[in-house]
Design a protein around this ligand. Structure first.
Ligand code: 7TS
Length: 414
């Protein structure tokens, strides 16, 4: 006699996949295997519907109309701010500023906090594994101010050299800017320890969370970071929207970023009084639909549970690492002990772009190139890698398909 139990599986990936219409696409006659999640993620119906619902029922400009639609749009927009606050575990909604994404969030901090607080001879400390978005804004600031950009090294696994990092912290370090998770290597940085050390040295800390927010629970209050940046499109939300968290007392003291509507409380030709935070940093009509879509994406993530998502992706990463590392001629780039989602590799004698092209013919989407982290490629003395990055809807079957296709590439070109 068989006994039927009804224990729900802890993570039902097939049910999750049904939420993403694009996963039913065929690519070159094969079912789509989407493994380019670090570049951008696909959108669940809940997000697509939220955008359509907004345009069908609520579209109006926010914070200004007295009419019903404007009130509705404003309420939805500000509700989404509270969702971001809850997602990051910030203390107050006014600590959340909507931006176009992580890139704009970092530029905002460099151009406001940075401009107001960094002077000639000061230092900004980053690491050798940063995305260009967390290098160039600081380089621009340093060039303008006569300050110095210091770069903390990484080891051959792609981990931060913590001693070297500590040695670079000094009385002139004004800002430490570091990625929570590396997009090129998958390394998860020990951000809490980094923040503690940086604060002890008197520096403020910005965390680039673009690659962490989709995979790791983020608690800015517990981390005690000063700023945290992430992008909506990497957390299953729309493109062109993201957020910056900043401690209220810092945001209040910072000058505005851009001038325009909504960021003011009173304007004459002689003088302008700026609005309160967060509005001081949101000049002009924002991407209202994008904000609402981001809110829907965060609801979706919360409902699945970010810990469960992370555990599911980690199992895929382990399976993929084991399978692909065992293919002769493969070298994994980025073997940190703590990793999330990203598997970068090169295959001896075959250019990554050729691998990417052949995989595409099999319906498998991966990223090839320098991943906007050219200094990382220089360190490993390679021009590019193939990067598979896993998301909440990927499956073991897809990892198998990837591994089989790499073996096929070896047969064709190896
Ligand atoms: N920081 C990190 C660590 C990133 O991976 C990215 C984008 C950004 C910042 C910038 O994000 P955006 O949304 O403002 O553009 N990374 C990638 C990638 O790995 N492939 O395409 C974009």
């Amino acid at each position: 006699m068989s006994v039927h139990t009804t224990v729900a599986p802890s993570y039902d990936v097939e049910a999750v996949r049904a939420d993403f219409p694009i996963l039913r696409e065929q690519v070159h006659g094969h079912p789509l295997v989407y493994l380019d999640n670090a570049a951008t993620t696909q959108k669940p119906t809940a997000v697509i519907d939220a955008l359509v619902r907004y345009y069908h029922h609520s579209n109006a400009n926010i914070h200004r109309g007295v009419h019903l639609l404007s009130e509705r749009a404003t309420e939805d927009y500000e509700t989404a701010r509270s969702k971001v606050q809850a997602f990051l575990h910030a203390r107050e909604p006014r600590e959340i500023i909507f931006t176009r994404g992580a890139t704009e969030a970092i530029n905002l901090v460099a151009q406001t906090y940075g401009k107001a607080n960094v002077t000639a001879g000061d230092e900004v400390l980053i690491t050798a594994m940063e995305h260009h978005s967390n290098i160039v804004p600081w380089q621009m600031l340093c060039n303008e101010k006569g300050a110095h950009l210091r770069v903390s090294s990484i080891n051959e696994r792609g981990e931060l050299d913590f001693d070297a990092f500590q040695n670079l912290l000094g009385p002139r370090t004004k800002i430490v800017a570091i990625g929570h998770v590396s997009n090129a290597l998958g390394t998860v940085n020990p951000v809490k320890r980094i923040i503690e050390k940086a604060h002890a040295a008197g520096a403020r800390v910005l965390i680039d969370g673009a690659q962490a927010a989709p995979h790791i629970p983020v608690n800015v209050e517990d981390l005690d970071c000063d700023f945290y940046a992430f992008s909506g499109h990497k957390v299953y939300g729309p493109t062109g929207i993201g957020a910056l968290y900043g401690k209220a007392e810092l945001l209040e003291a910072m000058p505005p970023y851009q001038g325009g509507g909504d960021m003011i409380s009173y304007v004459t030709f002689e003088k302008t009084l700026y609005n309160k935070i967060p509005h001081k940093f949101e000049a002009g009509t924002p991407d209202i639909a994008g904000v609402i879509g981001l809110g829907a994406a965060l609801d979706y993530l919360q409902q699945l549970g970010i810990e469960k998502i992370g555990a599911h992706e980690h199992a895929l990463l382990e399976q993929a690492t084991e399978r692909i590392a065992s293919v002769p001629g493969v070298r994994i780039i980025g073997t940190a002990r703590e990793k999330a989602s990203v598997l970068s590799f090169v295959v001896e004698g075959i250019h990554p772009h050729d691998i990417g092209t052949i995989l595409d013919r099999e319906g498998i989407a991966v990223r090839t190139g320098h991943h906007c982290a050219q200094p990382v490629m220089d360190l490993f003395a390679i021009p590019a890698t193939v990067r598979a990055s896993f998301g909440l809807y990927n499956t073991k079957r897809e990892v198998d398909a990837l591994a089989r296709s790499i073996e096929k590439v070896k047969e064709i070109l190896g």
